[in-house]
Design a protein around this ligand. Structure first.
Ligand code: ADP
Length: 314
């Protein structure tokens, strides 16, 4: 089976238990939970049963141990996750606005994640993996940008493939070099996986149809659009298909897009038909929102397949 690699932040998430309160007054929080978009993604890949690895860094502290134990326990190769004795594990505090939108207080750039850089272990993984998944949030330092672009070029040169989820966080958009890095990754990606307005990040097109045509004409093999409660769609030069979402009770929206992406990429690497891959990926996203905690809802391949067989669609 093909081995999948991602690069980027691992952190713990600590979240408000109730909607509607800010961080300017004492509130009840719950956590720590292992988190970070690339970490959620790769944990779901492992739970789906695909060989996989992450290049990252955590601190030599309890938060780091929690994250490492969780990823290793689920089957992720963490041989290239370094433990920084000088800096703490990254963290994010999350609170929910009354309308369900989330606000974050991040500590990533000054956490152990700042020490992610090329090492012997990262070299070994890049040489041994078949597919690279890039997430926009991961590109938070020049060292990570260099590492990701180098990995992408080398994996592609060996005949491997690249998927790209822009996963744009407005808090991070001001970072220098990010825009250029996103454009470079986009140009190399086989699979482009935006949600919402991210479809228009690299095109001046005004409509979805025109944007997709331009992206496919530019050489991207397929575009997969995540549409939340509307499900998801696949577009390639051979055609397109949309598959509705599953009806579940949403407890915590964090992680849906990452789990969806992980399951979709695994199915794509296994050569599954787009409609089947979308159904499994939608089920994976739906299961992700049913549990509190960013990666607590990452489900096994059996659990995901069971939802596809049994559940009603939205
Ligand atoms: P992102 O978090 O990247 O914006 P989405 O919110 O679109 O991604 O979620 C990815 C997928 O997860 C959706 O396409 C959908 O299939 C599923 N999903 C997300 N939220 C829900 C929900 N509340 N109920 C059921 N399925 C959901």
């Amino acid at each position: 089976m093909k081995k999948l690699l991602t690069v980027g932040e691992i952190l713990v998430e600590i979240m408000a238990t109730e909607q509607g309160f800010g961080f300017r007054e004492p509130i009840t929080l719950v956590g720590p939970f292992a988190s970070g978009a690339p970490a959620i993604f790769i944990d779901q890949v492992a739970r789906f049963g695909q060989p996989c690895a992450i290049i990252s860094a955590v601190g030599k502290d309890d938060f780091g141990t929690l994250c490492l134990d969780r990823l290793r326990g689920d089957g992720v190769d963490v041989s290239a996750v370094s433990q920084d004795p000088e800096r703490p594990t990254g963290s994010a505090f999350v609170r929910y606005r009354p309308d369900g939108q989330r606000d974050f207080v991040f500590n990533i750039r000054h956490s152990a994640n700042a020490s992610i850089a090329a090492t012997e272990e990262t070299e070994r993984l890049i040489a041994g993996c078949d597919h690279l998944h890039v997430m926009g949030t991961a590109l938070f330092s020049q060292a990570v940008i260099d590492l990701v672009l180098d990995a992408a070029r080398r994996i592609r040169a060996r005949g491997g493939t690249i998927s790209f989820d822009p996963n744009i966080r407005s808090e991070l958009l001001h970072l220098s070099g990010l825009r250029e890095a996103l454009e470079t990754v986009f140009a190399m990606a086989d699979l482009f996986m935006p949600s919402g307005n991210e479809l228009f990040l690299f095109t001046k097109a005004q409509t979805e149809e025109a944007a997709i045509r331009e992206i496919l004409d530019g050489g991207t093999k397929a575009v997969v659009i995540k549409r939340g409660l509307e499900g998801a769609s696949w577009f390639s030069r051979d055609g397109h298909v949309s598959v509705p979402a599953y009806r579940v009770e949403e407890i915590d929206p964090t992680g849906a897009g990452d789990c969806f992406g992980a399951t979709f990429v695994c199915c794509w690497l296994r050569g599954m038909a787009p409609a089947e891959a979308l159904a499994l990926a939608n089920a994976s996203g739906a299961l992700a929102v049913r549990k509190r905690g960013p990666m607590e809802g990452a489900a096994t391949a059996d659990e995901i397949a069971r939802l596809v067989r049994s559940a009603s669609r939205l």
